[in-house]
Design a protein around this ligand. Sequence first.
Ligand code: PNS
Length: 166
Amino acid sequence: MCKTIDHVLVPGTFDPITCGHIDVVRRARRICPKVTVAVAESLGKNGVGTTFSLDERVELARSALEAEGLADVEVRPFTGLLVDFAREVGAGAVVKGLRAMTDFEYELQQADLNYKLDPGLESIFVMSSPQYGYLSSSVVRQIASFGGDVSGLVPQNVASALKDRF
Ligand code: PNS
């Protein structure tokens, strides 16, 4: 007998949350009644620190999702393994967005590792909307660091936070 999944996680570093992430959360919310955005403590990509602290990333994600009409989506920080956090909050699956083949290779490795650690945790992938295929937190940080315009790529509160940071 299969137990239906009624709670999924959308995990990530969210440094910072982008319109692409929000698109994935919205899709996750369409397929599942309870969605938790799990913000990883994370040392940042390539071992260098994140631009925003864990608390800041959580707060930016919360405000952005609220402004986007997704206030019923919980945002929680986590440290350690994703499978442990999923167990702690009672989530049955992880939902991630796929943009290109390069994402697929990385995400398949993560999904395989998570399966090895907990075969009961399902991995679900949604295809990113075409307009966000090129979008990532790192390109947003790069554009913002050179004073470029990030409107349309990130929610308004994130655009303001990036302006203050750089
Ligand atoms: O948005 P990102 O940075 O690609 O998200 C990656 C994230 C945070 C989901 C992934 O690194 C993660 O799950 N980190 C927690 C540690 C863990 O469980 N790693 C997977 C098994 S080694």
